[in-house]
Design a protein around this ligand. Structure first.
Ligand code: BMA
Length: 369
């Protein structure tokens, strides 16, 4: 009898340990993360077993030749919304009413709330203006920008003010019960390239990491414990060290990923190999550090390949356990700047085939019903 009880206790402790393992595996880096942020992270970790979520930047407020609320080219073509909704906050830090893409922040707020209430996952990118030169995020004329905004730098107070404006908006994103909506926040992206003021040659490793720390500390001090943080490099990684060199730390980062684009029909093999090579770098890093891997941005501008979704994107990503793949925006205001299909475009039918793949998840596949 005694032996049986001991055996039962051993089994029970195994069960508890393995349940705990399941639970502890996907825990946000922020120890003070809100229950909603914890739930979202855990849900995304669990969904890794189900498939790859499809995401689209700015899907909800505009698309090719339209700008109204709530349509989405993806929904029009496929009948469903993406699982992941991308949003852009550039120019918010200037106190502007609309983003650098001329989308009103009030509408972005409504869109984020709508997406959350309907079970979608929100991720935010931030093409932060250059705080030293007053140029755009792409102004790389000075390599003193990051230095100037760190503590004791001449622009530190100005940058805190920019963070403050951004924090105020983020604090206004709450659900109908007044709870802050959990979000994936993805600042200072593609930093292994040199086209943003926070890029590789524009600041030192320590300065880049300090920039993250400053941002996260400030947002934490404002109570933004609803944010999960994504660290996404440019798709130019050769080694794990290229990725880890500027890694802000396991106590900050929740998602690891990269951004990469196909540039021409001829570039197809290079694009696919590039994805595979980067995946071979970031997937082990994600596993070792208990982080969730993502393909944070990708696409082929204007998709001039009718089979692109199932013949290029899908085979490039299908072997990798990433949480989501997000394609960039469908501009309403510049011709031929779109990355998701719209009704009548040449890859629309193929996109429907892509959506039908068992391992590709749209909103309907992740909604809790
Ligand atoms: C870029 C382009 C720009 C846009 C920016 C921020 O990649 O799409 O037109 O302003 O993203 O959304």
């Amino acid at each position: 009898m005694r032996r049986r009880i001991i055996a039962a206790l051993v089994i029970l402790s195994f069960v508890i340990a393995s349940c705990n393992n399941q639970l502890v595996k996907y825990i946000p880096a922020n120890k003070n993360a809100t229950p909603e942020a914890k739930a979202l992270y855990h849900k995304m970790g669990t969904l890794l077993n189900k498939g790859i979520m499809f995401g689209h930047q700015d899907t909800y407020l505009y698309g090719v030749e339209w700008k109204t609320e709530g349509i989405s080219d993806v929904k029009q073509v496929s009948g469903d919304f993406p699982a992941v909704f991308g949003w852009e906050l550039g120019d918010l830090e200037l106190g502007n009413k609309a983003s650098l893409d001329s989308v009103k922040f009030d509408e972005i707020r409504e869109g984020i709330i709508w997406a959350h209430e309907n079970g979608a996952i929100n991720t935010i990118s931030w093409h932060t203006n250059n705080p030293l030169t007053a140029g755009s995020a792409w102004d790389t004329s000075s390599d003193q920008v990051v230095k100037s905004i760190l503590p004791n730098g001449e622009k530190n107070a100005d940058y805190i003010d920019m963070l403050d404006k951004t924090a105020n908006f983020l604090l206004s994103l709450s659900d109908k019960n007044g709870k802050l909506i959990p979000l994936i926040f993805r600042p200072y992206h593609e930093h292994t390239g040199n086209w943003f003021w926070w890029g590789q040659r524009l600041c030192s490793t320590d300065q880049y990491i300090a920039l993250w720390q400053l941002t996260v500390d400030y947002f934490n001090s404002r109570g933004l414990n609803n944010l999960l943080y994504a660290y996404s490099a440019a798709g130019n990684l050769k080694t794990a060290n290229d990725f880890m060199e500027r890694y802000p730390g396991n106590e900050i980062v929740d998602f690891v990923g990269f951004d990469t684009y196909q540039h021409s029909i001829e570039h197809r093999d290079g694009y696919m190999d590039g994805i595979k090579n980067q995946m071979e770098i970031i997937i082990p890093i994600a596993t070792q550090n208990n982080k969730i891997p993502i393909l944070a941005e990708t696409g082929f501008n204007a998709i001039p390949d009718s089979q692109w979704w199932t013949a290029t994107l899908w085979p490039a990503i299908q072997d990798y356990p990433i949480s989501y793949v997000l394609v960039w925006r469908n501009a309403y205001d510049c011709a031929n700047h779109f990355y998701a299909p719209y009704p009548g475009c040449i890859s629309a039918d193929n996109f429907i085939e892509f959506k039908a793949l068992d391992s590709i998840l749209f909103l309907n596949d992740i909604q809790e019903k």
